[in-house]
Design a binder for this molecule. Sequence first.
Ligand code: PLP
Length: 386
Amino acid sequence: MRVPLLDLTLQYAGIRDEVTAAISRVCERQQFILGVEVEAFEREVAERLDVRHAIGVSSGTDALLVALMALNVGPGDDVITPTYSFFATAGCVTRVGARPVLVDIDPMTFNMTAEGLARAITPQTKAVIPVDLFGQAVDMDPVLAVARKHGISVIEDACQAIGARDRGRLLGGLGDLGCFSFFPSKNLGAFGDAGLVTTNNDALAQRVRLLRNHGQHPKYYHRIVGGNFRLDALQAAVLRVKLPHLAAWTDARRANAARYDRLFAEATNGSTQLRLAPPSADPTPRGVVSLPVARPDGFHIFNQYVIRVGDRDALRAHLTAAGIGTEIYYPVPFHLQACFASLEYARGAFRDAEAAAADSLALPIFGELTESQQRHAVESIVGFYC
Ligand SMILES: *Cc1c(COP(=O)(O)O)cnc(C)c1O
């Protein structure tokens, strides 16, 4: 039995007619840049995310870049980010000429904490980018309180967390700006690159709109220097088809996560060779599996289902041989990346992130996964250790 990490063809099969009709509508109109499809998508997604403004952009990376530009972050500024995330979170900080200041993660959630933020603040700190990793919200209230106290801006990197909630509130409108990605593997995936910036701040929304289109208004009159960060009409049309399905697709992922939890509990019950344990700050020893911990006061959308295991690389090779797709998010934290050597962080600087990089493993979690596929994955993992 094959268990791919992700199979988008199954989702597509369920919406093929709607998608081809939407694409054909754009083809007939021959308006490909911004325009009515993008405007309609922006209205619909703003309503879905409960924010005043949603501005379609070219990718999640460009959403982060344009958010930093809108806040005038630049040379001489520090921006605090977790050291454990997708590269764009810190890469964009460097691209605007600012310095990434890194913080460790909480081993329970893989997310940064308010305590870490408070310790990292310097007189140069201009902004913080909390990342809702794997689809789970950062505990935002204490983060927002620290940010407010020090007068720093908050950019939510919710690229993996569309529809996730923190204490009942949808992400994207909690900080100054929210960033989302519609990379195909995200919970709401386009047919190519696409992204979104959200905000409840009218002035920031206006700046983001200007910046995504070369800072021009009206045409060929440039008020500020921006770039081409525009969302394509074709992507917007596809996203408009998918958006109404997002809630059901999210429920399917959550149900699959709960099923993994149950299958792992059953498979390890009474085993002397393998046991379940909560994640800890130390590297996971062989014979222990830690399942994802969902905050009771959050709504986890499981863009990824990431376990922590001892002897991870050998397990991964075993699973690959058994036809089970996995991925390592992420093998190298930012502070150990070659491109950030000039930041001068030492190995050992962020123990929790380094432990997670060494023992985390993402299992298939897409909505169309079947119970027998999940059972096969769990049995193969247990079989490796026992
Ligand atoms: C996917 C992702 C991004 C970047 O999004 P792209 O659309 O691929 O540019 C940024 N941050 C995080 C946490 C992501 O997962």
